[in-house]
Design a protein around this ligand. Structure first.
Ligand SMILES: Cc1cc2nc3c(=O)[nH]c(=O)nc-3n(C[C@H](O)[C@H](O)[C@H](O)COP(=O)(O)OP(=O)(O)OC[C@H]3O[C@@H](n4cnc5c(N)ncnc54)[C@H](O)[C@@H]3O)c2cc1C
Length: 861
């Protein structure tokens, strides 16, 4: 065994082997994989081996598509078969709601380049005759589904990696990880210590224990999972013989089951409601190639539905029930990337669908390690997407909830209850007393809307407008016409200070830093000139800046800030960065009467001239020391008021009392998001994401190319010079009783004009390599884009996609934001666009100027 390596991958399951293969392929050959036992000794060996491309997050879906396409490549390089069966599969809907869900998934698939098709139950039955089609109302066909041999596939990755120069050491457990002052990792194994620059945690069932070796509690939990195998079935054999085909895979939402052909019989697996965590606190190191005791009672309710829906299976004898553990993060997607607060410690774990996702995870992580960037929008599986609130018990509750809902629909207005309330502000009880319907905002309870007095504060979940519609409308109108107050504790807040603070921020941000007492809005770019952040920054003092950003991106942004802090020499102490999280909370007041209200609570002049739009000031509000920004996301006259939690109740009470004479109302996050829509304001993670350039994102006025050199400047200058191919635009949509939710296709009546160059970006910038280590661009399945050009219907063509939207209550319009070809972005003609909502194409018109206060007069008053 070598004593030094550039990178050590811990764990020889399908994920570790994929990471090893991709690192070697990218040119890092001085790498090792250390496996405790034999390859596949965690969950990989007893997997059902199914794979598919669909995922709730379109970016993860694309990486799944890459994984499926990769199998041929690793078979060729390794000479090891993966036993690939590309059968295709259907998802069965038993209710109109589930059919709506499939329509949405199908619509998304259109611009992702997926070849899904909506079909009838009878058509599904023709491909899987064991079903009773009368139980269903419709189905969606996906040709890129199938199954493979889990062990063969893991070995194919491993052999291919070895051929490219990687070393694999078996029967050798990693027992400790320590780090030298210079950053070198000591990987202490049973067979000796390896010095490594990078360590990758691919520990699968033991990923949590490996995290603990470096002081990190990863939000990952193993769950027991059962599938059964039937005896050979004559119906299956007969179908194979008469059609020459294998039976397809079937996913049944109602039964929470999946089923497919296995040899001459059937495999049927369940995601049962009465699910059970495995080893919830510690995973035993001596757990080996053994299976868990099956518990048929637990899956009986699912089987009952399964046998009703697929009567052919009930008659068959059960040959074996497999019960094995595998891991999940809170939302069911993997945990990938560098862990914030550590150097060169990487994760690729909680991969619950290793045979759908393993390849994509390996590609993204190897790009990240070798080139400093994943090369794709991997937010959906970034290890930074959960905060410190995701403790062991929180994780346990959320993973169980996620498992038991694996095949359930999530409605756009649906909030999940497990592990809540976790974090609360001092106003939590007050908000409940005000009849607030609360939502979970990165682990924090946040008011979404206020139900009318006397009615139950509860969402009726739906794809259509629901019971919050009227109440939100009232909150918006009262705020726009008088004044409203809302909690904004769920923003991210940071302080950057020290003599180097301004230079540091100038290097990271695209806009000029403000003068003392002033505020700017500024995007942040990566080296490839893609959007990785959008912030409000105030200069609070000579060497002190306050920063506000997206709550969910706190760890993601801290990781970036820390990476770029001056590290060595005299400058190392020049910049300090502090993340407040919930040690700083806030309230925002907005509306034409907000100044009069605030003036009653402060002892300084806040008239238009004394406290201008985009000013920042520290002042006592209602007697509490606060920081006040003259800016709000409503786009109205208004203020954001920030205080220590100990003062929040005092300030809120003062605002409520002073506001009485102005007709003050409480408003929630949903009203705030409705108001931003009518101002055409974008949101982080919907409109603005790392797949877009700043000019594509229509952020032109915040990009100051002529200021100092900043990260991404060169790439941004190129984007501007060439002209962005895409533009973010706002639409007014002729909707019925449902508004857009995001990811809907945008159609344009452009005849046979081909916008072939306009594609939904997925990857960007980072170079990728072929198996021989040669750089390739544009040829990889997961590269850049999803072809939208192929989708044509007469004179209509899909030209773009929606990022978010909803009902803009003050202007009484259904609105959407999204990306379209730049040549169409200013075309406000009626009849040019349609947006597909729940399978129906609705006419839509671009609205270049925001429908509310287009001149911005109100917020500047
Ligand atoms: C019953 C069942 C059915 C499934 N069906 C499917 C399916 O149809 N499709 C699908 O895609 N997925 C399926 N899965 C899930 C799939 O098995 C996992 O997604 C996949 O195995 C995860 O692989 P991994 O490499 O992350 O983890 P693991 O397979 O758990 O591998 C981790 C490896 O790390 C090693 N290790 C851990 N700690 C150390 C250490 N300290 N030192 C050295 N080595 C260490 C372990 O020995 C192990 O070999 C199923 C799982 C089960 C249980």
């Amino acid at each position: 065994m070598k004593s030094h390596a550039k990178a050590v991958v811990i764990g020889g399951g399908v994920v570790g082997c994929s990471v090893l293969y991709h690192l070697a392929k990218a040119g890092w050959t001085d790498i090792m994989l250390i496996e405790r036992s034999e390859l596949t000794s965690g969950s990989s060996w007893h997997a059902a081996g199914g794979f598919h491309t669909l995922n709730g997050d379109p970016n993860v879906a694309k990486l799944q598509a890459y994984t499926v396409q990769l199998y041929k490549e690793i078979e060729e390089i390794s000479g090891q078969s993966c036993s690939l069966h590309l059968t295709g599969g259907v998802m069965m809907a038993d209710t109109p709601e589930r059919m709506d869900f499939l329509r949405l998934a199908h619509a998304k698939g259109r611009y992702l380049g997926m070849d899904t098709e909506l079909i009838t139950p009878s058509e599904a039955k023709a491909m899987f005759p064991l079903m009773d089609e009368t139980n269903f109302v419709g189905a969606m066909w996906d040709p890129v589904e199938g199954h493979l041999d889990p062990s063969g596939t893991t070995h194919a990755y491993a052999k291919a990696a070895r051929k490219l120069g990687a070393e694999i050491v078996l029967r050798n457990r990693v027992v400790e990880l320590t780090q030298e002052v210079d950053g070198t990792w000591n990987v202490v194994t049973e067979q000796g210590t390896i010095k490594a620059e990078h360590v990758v945690n691919c520990g699968g069932l033991w990923a949590r224990e490996i995290g603990r070796m470096v002081g990190v509690e990863l939000p990952v939990l193993a769950m027991e999972h059962m599938y059964l195998l039937t005896e050979p079935m004559p119906e299956v054999e007969e179908f194979n013989k008469s059609t020459g085909r294998e039976m397809i895979g079937v996913l049944d939402f109602k039964g929470e089951i999946y089923t497919r052909q296995e040899r001459n019989g059937i495999l049927l697996g369940t995601y049962e409601k009465a699910c059970k965590p495995w080893s919830p606190v510690n995973t035993p190191w001596d757990f080996g190639h053994e299976l868990l005791q099956p518990d048929i009672d637990r899956i009986a309710p699912s089987l009952e539905i399964g046998f009703k829906h697929f009567p052919g299976i009930e008659k068959a004898g059960i040959k074996q029930i497999i019960n094995g553990p595998f891991t999940f993060a809170l939302d069911g997607n993997p945990l990938v990337g560098p862990v914030q607060g550590l150097t060169n410690f990487w994760c690729a774990c909680a991969v619950m669908a290793g045979f759908s996702q393993g390849g994509g995870v390996g590609l993204a992580l190897s790009n990240w390690m070798v080139h400093g960037d994943p090369g794709f929008d991997v937010w959906g599986m970034d290890v930074a997407r959960f905060g410190e609130w995701a403790t062991l018990r929180y994780t346990n509750a959320k993973v169980r909830e996620n498992y038991s809902r694996r095949f359930s629909i999530r409605f756009p207005n649906e909030e999940f209850p497990a592990a809540r309330p976790a974090q609360t502000t001092p106003l939590y009880d007050t908000m409940l007393a005000n009849n607030a319907v609360m939502g979970d905002s990165w682990g924090l309870e946040t008011p979404l809307w206020f139900a009318p007095k006397g009615s139950e504060p509860k969402d009726i979940v739906s794809f259509h407008r629901s019971n919050d519609f009227g109440a939100i409308g009232e909150e918006v109108c009262a705020t726009r016409e008088r004044v409203g107050v809302t909690e904004i504790a769920n923003f991210a807040k940071y302080e950057v200070s020290g003599p180097g603070a301004e230079d540091f921020l100038n290097r990271l941000m695209t806009n000029r830093m403000p003068k003392t007492g002033r505020i700017v809005l500024t995007p942040m770019l990566n080296e490839f000139g893609r959007l990785i952040g959008d912030f409000t920054i105030a200069k609070a003092g000579e060497e002190r800046f306050m920063i506000w950003g997206s709550s969910a991106a706190q760890k993601y942004h801290m990781r970036w800030f820390e990476k770029h802090l001056p590290k060595d020499g005299p400058r190392a102490s020049e910049v300090r960065i502090h993340r407040f999280d919930q040690t700083l909370v806030g309230l925002s007041i907005a509306g034409p009467k907000s100044r009069d209200l605030l003036q009653k609570l402060v002892d300084v002049d806040i008239s238009t001239k004394a406290f201008r739009f985009m000013d920042f000031r520290e002042m006592a509000v209602g007697g509490a020391p606060c920081m006040v920004n003259r800016i709000t996301y409503t786009g109205d006259l208004g203020y954001e008021i920030w205080m220590a939690p100990a003062y929040q109740r005092l300030v809120y009470k003062a605002i409520k009392e002073a506001g009485e004479e102005f007709g003050l109302v409480d408003f929630g996050m949903r009203a705030l998001l409705s108001m931003r829509l009518e101002k055409n304001f974008p949101t982080w993670f919907r409109e603005l994401r790392p797949i877009y350039g700043p000019f594509e994102g229509s952020m032109d006025r915040f990009i100051k190319l002529e200021k100092n050199d900043f990260i991404g400047r060169e790439a941004a200058a190129k984007e501007q010079a060439a002209g962005p191919k895409l533009r973010r635009v706002s639409f007014i949509v002729d909707a019925a009783d449902a508004d857009v939710m995001g990811d809907e296709p945008i159609w344009a009546k452009v005849g046979d004009k081909d916008f072939g160059t306009v594609e939904k970006p997925h990857g960007y910038g980072a170079p990728r390599f072929d198996a021989g280590g040669k750089e390739v661009r544009g040829s990889n399945a997961a590269e850049g884009a999803s072809a939208v050009r192929g989708i044509v219907d007469g004179n209509w063509r899909v030209v773009g996609w929606v990022t978010s939207g909803g009902y803009a209550h003050y202007v009484e319009k259904s609105m959407a934001q999204g990306y379209v070809p730049a040549v169409l972005a200013e075309n406000e003609s009626a009849g040019l666009f349609e947006i597909e909502i729940l399978g129906h194409r609705r006419s839509a018109r671009i609205n270049v100027e925001p429908p509310f206060d287009p001149s911005g007069e109100k917020m500047r008053t």
